[in-house]
Design a protein. Structure first.
Length: 443
């Protein structure tokens, strides 16, 4: 009898552990690639898309227009959550994740092929918008499945926070690789970066997608989803069912992400706009500081997930909310010194408050939904935040600076997001270390 013939719920313990390791690897590598694709767009938007695709605008307005296209990707994410959440709860986590990787990777490769305004006029921006939407749809279905692929192989309920935080590792790791690629090809291409250098990191996505597919094709479906199949509890339209049965969880998991998403994109994407146009710092300096931030981020994210297994998901997440609410004022106070050493310190440390929330967030959200509706509910809750938090935040930050010529309104915006996040988290049920068997009867 082969492994494939054995019911997944009764795999030998050694094989179960091996599958858990493979699932964690597949989830982490997959999310790293997906976030490389999605976040690379943000780095290049802040650096070159304004002048290349909106050249007739004054610099700050051109950046606003470029971030408008950047936002379209976030609009696509809830659409992807609904599409792939549906299939993830019907045909399984593995098959759906293969599809999301292909959609996002091919869309990213296509960005590198788009002609500029000088070649085809406004149609360049139109093509960017369409491709960015497709890219967002792919990412919208990725996160929920990656988290479930790892978490649903957990053998006990005592380590789910740590296990689920490994796909979260993919975000800072992808962020690191995206910035590294831009930094390397910025150095290689020099003054030609805005001509051809920026395109190469997008082309590299095709190689990364091949690696991700090879890893994901070698894993099995999760025991949790296998049990849903065995008990014939698959819903015909799981997305509608989760909105009907667990609307509170969908709404709260979206709102609680405000203090993680909004500051995250301000620290990670808007910093290039603020750093180059307001502080007049070199592009390479900012990229290097952000790389250090990413390294500290992926070093901390799994520790934060582990701590949530000890002190509770909600407690750890609220600590992160308080951290980021205070840090916003410190961050801009250091940037506004205009002293390179303090600017570097501020940027380098900026991932820590965000990752304090991001680590426990995966399990906090996923545990809130019944297994038969989990892909849909987890994806919708997580990705709806992209419309109210991640997508608008660089745009809002740019508009606030343009209107008030000060960073203080941005600090207040970050603090307001933190307060809202604390309230939403407090209203959500905490399932830390609760018996996983009880989840099957929750809805």
């Amino acid at each position: 009898m082969t492994t494939a013939d054995i019911p997944l719920s009764s795999l030998p313990e050694a094989e179960h552990r091996a599958q858990l390791r493979r699932a964690m690897l597949a989830s982490t590598v997959g999310t790293t690639i997906e976030w490389y694709d999605f976040l690379l767009y943000g780095q290049v938007t802040a650096l070159v898309f304004g002048p290349l695709y909106f050249p007739k605008s004054v610099p700050l307005i051109g950046v606003l227009e470029a971030f408008g296209v950047f936002f379209i990707g976030f609009v696509g994410r809830p659409i992807g959550a609904a599409i792939f959440g549906h299939w993830g709860d019907r045909i399984g986590r593995k098959a759906t994740l293969i599809a999301t990787l292909l959609v996002t990777g091919l869309a990213t490769f296509a960005v590198g092929l788009v002609p500029t305004y000088a070649s085809i006029g406004i149609w360049g921006a139109v093509l960017l918008t369409v491709i960015r939407l497709v890219q967002g749809i792919g990412v919208g279905g990725e996160w929920g499945g990656s988290v479930l692929l790892a978490m649903e192989w957990a053998q006990t309920n005592k380590h789910r926070g740590f296990i689920a935080s490994w796909p979260q590792f993919g975000a800072p790791a992808g962020f690191f690789l995206a910035n590294l690629a831009v930094l390397v090809f910025s150095a290689i291409s020099g003054s030609q970066f805005t001509t051809w250098g920026w395109r190469i990191p997008f082309f590299l996505s095709l190689i990364m997608v091949g690696i991700g597919l090879w890893i994901r094709l070698g894993i099995l479906e999760t025991p949790v989803f296998q049990r849903v199949i065995e008990e014939e509890r698959i819903e015909r339209v799981p997305v509608l069912e989760v909105l009907k049965r667990q609307p509170k969880q969908v709404a709260l998991t979206a709102i609680l992400r405000l203090p993680e998403q909004a500051p995250g994109y301000i620290f990670g994407a808007f910093v290039f706009t603020y750093g180059t146009t307001i502080l007049h710092m070199p592009r390479e300096f900012l990229l290097t500081a952000v790389l250090v931030s990413a390294v500290l981020g992926f070093a901390w994210v799994t520790i934060a997930g582990h701590l949530s297994d000890r002190i509770g998901r909600k407690n750890m997440f609220i600590i992160g909310c308080v951290f980021v609410g205070v840090f916003g004022f410190i961050y801009y106070a250091l940037l506004d010194t205009r002293m390179p050493i303090w600017i570097f310190v501020a940027i380098a440390l900026s991932a820590l408050p965000v990752m304090t929330m991001y680590g426990p967030e995966a399990a906090l959200i996923a545990e809130s939904f019944s297994p038969r509706l989990r892909y849909s509910g987890t994806s919708l809750g997580y990705q709806l935040a992209s419309i109210i938090a991640g997508g608008p935040s660089p745009f809002i930050a740019t508009a606030l600076v343009a209107a008030y010529h000060s960073s203080f309104p941005i600090c207040v915006y970050i603090l307001a997001c933190a307060i809202i996040g604390i309230i939403a988290t407090a209203l959500l049920t905490d399932y830390t270390n609760k018996d996983i068997s009880a989840e099957y009867e929750r809805v």
